[in-house]
Design a protein around this ligand. Structure first.
Ligand SMILES: [Zn+2]
Ligand SMILES: [Zn+2]
Length: 207
């Protein structure tokens, strides 16, 4: 079991990081990906944890989210950039109309790469409004993105894209809480991915 897409109370999740550490203690690997906030990464020391963040950005005339992973949270340049802590300024609570601050995709990619991280396009079949998923994926890869996220509802469609572009991939539930849940259960069985070298956990372990 892994989960690379979890929200805590540092953004619009309802679980504290202490709760999440308990709930993921039997996972092989997990990450907390709060919206434009990296505070959880500074506090968690569990051996099965890798750093993560979900950044809002604007490209192809639409708003997208981008996931960053396994970056050095103390990277100087990353911390000097205004990528984080913007969330608090723009979002009051999860139930309000969420207004994000958008960062350019090039800024995001450059910052996460400079901090030795990976970039994944989350929920590619949900965020793609009126543009074809393949167009967005191609664009994302062409500007330096590493791969896409597999969500449990779209396993076959995701695998098609991954095979077509031979990209890396992560698995993520986009869990926000047990109560306020959008059918997102924490944790994903990884038996189909465990031996695939394109799977993020394996990419991280060999580098
Ligand atoms: Zn998202
Ligand atoms: Zn999310």
């Amino acid at each position: 079991m892994d989960d690379f897409h979890i929200h805590s109370t540092y953004s619009d999740g309802l679980d504290s990081i202490e709760n999440l550490i308990q709930k993921t203690k039997n996972f092989t690997m997990f990450s907390i990906t709060d919206h434009n906030n990296i505070e959880a990464n500074k506090k968690i020391r569990e051996a099965n944890f890798i750093t993560g963040v979900e950044l809002s950005n604007y490209f192809l005339d639409n708003v997208y989210h981008i996931l960053g992973y396994n970056f050095d949270v103390n990277n100087k340049e990353l911390n000097n950039k205004d990528l984080f802590n913007i969330y608090d300024k723009y979002v009051k609570s999860y139930c309000q109309n969420i207004k994000y601050y958008y960062i350019s995709i090039r800024d995001i990619i450059e910052s996460i790469k400079n901090a030795n991280g990976y970039l994944i396009l989350p929920h590619p079949f949900i965020s793609c409004k009126n543009i074809e998923t393949k167009t967005i994926v191609e664009k994302f890869l062409s500007v330096g993105g590493d791969g896409i996220e597999i969500t449990p509802d779209f396993l076959d469609k995701s695998m098609e894209i991954i095979n077509c572009y031979d990209t890396f991939y992560s698995v993520g539930s986009d869990y926000h809480s047990d109560i306020f849940n959008r059918n997102n259960t924490l944790g994903i069985d990884t038996k189909y991915f465990d031996n695939d070298e394109r799977y993020l956990r394996n990419v991280i372990r060999r580098n």
